[in-house]
Structure formats: C-alpha cells, structure tokens
Ligand binder design. Structure first.
Ligand code: GDP
Length: 396
C-alpha cells in the first residue's frame, strides 16, 4: 500500500475519535510566514517531501495565486501526528494571508477550534495580527502564538540572548494585550486565553530553516537559547532542524493546547448558533454526537476540475455520507450528497463517511454557498459570518 493511502486510512480511523481531533487554522499578517510554516507541518506529517517544504507552497492551490505568490483561497488539509503515544488527526484550514480577503479568514475560523497566530519576530504584531485575533476570538476559537523568523534576529540583526529575549517577550506582551482586550467582555471564556512561554502556548523558530522551540521542547531536547544561537550563527541549520524540528514543536503544541471538538463545541455552539438550546439538535451538536441528525456548516466552496463544486465545512452533529438528502438553509427542496471526502495536501480523498467533529469535503450540495447550514432536518441556521473589515493595504 502506498504511503498516501496509509495516511488516508489512518485519518479515517481517527475521524471517529473526537478526543484525538484538532481543527485548526494558521493565521498571520501577510509575509509573516504562514505558508512556509504550513509546508513544514505538511512535510513533518509526511504529506509532502521534506526537501520541497518551503519552496513548494503546497497549500497554494489556485493557479493565479501561485503566479501572484499570495494565498487567496482557504484550502484544507488533514494530517496525523503522534503526541504522548497517541495518534492525532489534525484538520488544518488555510486562511488567506492577504488583507483583501478578510471574509474568508472569518469563514475558516467558523470551522476550527484553535488558531495558531504567526508573528514575524522582526516586525512584531501588525494590524492584520489584530484582525485575525479578533476574528478567531469572536468565533470562540482559542489562540496560541508562533514567533517566526527568529533566525533573522540571530544572523541578520546579530542580537545576543538578552536582546533576543526582550524582543520576544515584547511580542508576547503585545499579543496578550490584544487577547486580553478582546476576551474581557466574553463571558463564555472562563480560562485565561493569553499565551505564555511557561505554559507552552508560545513557540519560536524559523519556518524557513525548519527549526522551532518551545518551553516543553527545550525540556525534552535539552537545548537552550544559547545552543540555538551558536548553531544558527555557525550556519548549522540542518543540525538545528534535525535536533529540534519545527513541525514536532508546533504539532505538539496543537495537540496539547488546542481543544478537541468535545471540549470546544459545548462552548462554541451557543456563540455561533442561536436556535433553541433545549432542542435535540442543540444537544447532539454540544455532544458532537455522530449518531445525531446531520448538521454541517459550509465554510468554503471550491471548484474541482473533475468533480465540480466542492463544499467544505465542519460537521457539528451526525455523520455525512453519500446518498443523504439534505436541507440547505435559505433554499427550498433538498440536495443529494454525491460524495464525501477529506483533504490531503490540497487534494480531496473520497471516504465512506465523515462524522461530527471533522471537516468534510462534499459534492452534490448544489444550492450551498459559503455560510450555508446543511442539515438532515429543518433547523435554525448558524449565525451569519460577519466580515471584519479593515483598511486595505497592498503587498509591496
Ligand atoms: P505568508 O504571506 O504569511 O504566507 O508568508 P510566506 O510563508 O510566503 O513567507 C514570506 C517570506 O518570508 C518568504 O520570502 C519566506 O521565504 C520568508 N520567510 C518565511 N519564514 C521565514 C523564516 O523563518 N525566516 C526567514 N529569514 N524568512 C522567512
């Protein structure tokens, strides 16, 4: 059996174990390294070759996007990662990095429970960092932080450990100030959602040179900032990558600190759905019940040259499978599901069924648009996804 086939089978096995699922987005100000980081994660999970990670831009599926070199469509990918002896299914939604596409970022946030916010160590938090954080928090999505391009602090700016630490701490302070300001009024968030090095909710590193560290990783590998500075200065980046690979550090952080659907949905459902809280459907959504009525929220419509329109979205309740006749909010009649699948490195793989807690790629939902609620019984649709606008700045 091919390696890809094996990964698909493992994803299918894990789809039925919501406690081992993490639905996540990576969000960043343009050029802070989201695409390069995403490629690292795909390579680390065996989805693309390690050699091409960083050059391949695997998530950039649209042709004109590759030509323009910016990410404009939210693509999806599932991968597996072993953490503390258990394999996890990580469903990653790519978010557009360009400010013009704020609406897509918000849509992607509806499908996920955790957002890894990437900030360039040299530039620090930028206007769009604030926007993506606001989009995440408004959807009840928990943030963690990855500070990227730390190689530049060492090699280009020639900073010593003290200077570097101060700079990193100031980035964390700025991000936490934003999080604190935004979560103050949110009474459904009991925990402190600010990020911290000690908690392990902050990682640092270089997506370009594929190394990363966090407090737990430093404890595990025995490497400290001094070792990293020495290796980076000596141009021993391959050794740095091998000793402390970025994908392990980030994917461990994802498994440890992002909520699984069982933890996230009871909190998120009242925020994103205003139907009757005492109804059966509210209950099955809160419980992530794969045997309940089917409820899917469409977050993206893509076009496949062979299969036509593909609706991607989060299954909040029930199990979606071929042949189901489903209601699409705002339209009359029903649509018949032609196929269901999951995304692997931007490509769709058909599977038998996709249960609650996962991201599904569905064909046959001809009336669905991004934002549609698709369900096996008529129901109150999800809250519409509001676009958070911001000043348009163009990429230089
Ligand atoms: P995105 O717009 O957030 O997706 O950013 P990209 O991943 O496309 O990266 C933007 C630019 O920054 C590219 O030229 C990358 O090669 C570069 N870059 C990304 N990560 C790093 C890093 O860790 N260190 C350095 N020095 N450059 C990086």
């Amino acid at each position: 059996m091919g390696r890809r086939k094996k990964i698909v089978q493992e994803c299918e096995r894990l789809m039925d174990k919501p406690e081992n699922i993490r639905n996540i987005a990576i969000a960043a100000h343009v050029d802070h390294g989201k695409t390069t980081l995403t490629d690292n994660l795909l390579a680390g999970a065996g989805m693309i070759s390690q050699d091409t990670a960083g050059q391949q831009l695997a998530m950039d599926t649209e042709e004109d996007e590759q030509e323009r070199g910016i990410t404009i469509d939210a693509a999806n990918v599932s991968m597996t990662h072993e953490y503390e002896g258990k394999n996890h299914l990580i469903n990653l939604i790519d978010t557009p990095g360009h400010v013009d596409f704020g609406g897509d970022v918000t849509r992607a946030m509806r499908a996920v429970d955790g957002a890894l916010v990437v900030v360039d160590a040299v530039e620090g938090a930028m206007p769009q960092t604030e926007t993506v954080l606001r989009q995440a928090l408004r959807e009840g999505v928990k943030p963690t932080l990855f500070i990227n391009k730390v190689d530049r602090l060492i090699s280009e700016l020639q900073e010593g450990p003290q200077e570097m630490q101060e700079r990193l701490l100031s980035v964390i302070r700025d991000v936490n100030e934003l999080i604190r300001g935004m979560t103050e009024e949110m009474d459904d968030i009991d925990d402190d959602w600010t990020v911290g090095v000690e908690d392990g909710t902050v990682g640092f590193g270089s997506a370009l040179y594929k190394w990363g560290v966090s407090m737990p990783s430093m404890q595990r590998t025995g490497m400290d900032f001094g070792d990293i500075i020495d290796l980076e200065r000596a141009d021993k980046r391959q050794e740095l990558h091998e000793r402390t690979p970025l994908s392990d550090v980030v994917l461990d952080m994802v498994c440890e600190h992002f909520p699984n659907p069982l933890e996230a949905q009871p909190r998120r459902i009242p925020r994103i759905w205003r139907g009757d809280a005492d109804s059966d459907i509210a209950e099955t959504m809160r419980l992530v019940d794969e045997d309940g009525e089917l409820v899917l929220m469409v977050t993206d419509i893509g076009i496949d040259p062979h299969a036509g329109e593909i609706a991607a979205g989060r299954v909040f309740s029930g199990t979606i499978e071929k042949g189901q006749e489903l209601y699409v909010s705002g339209t009359a009649g029903k649509n018949r599901v032609q196929s269901v699948g999951i995304y692997m490195g931007g490509e769709r793989e058909e599977v038998e069924h996709v249960p609650a807690g996962n991201i599904a790629a569905v064909t046959g939902l001809k009336d669905a648009i991004a934002g549609s609620t698709v369900s096996s019984v008529e129901m109150t649709p999800f809250e519409s996804i509001e676009h958070i606008s911001e000043p348009v700045i163009t990429k230089s």
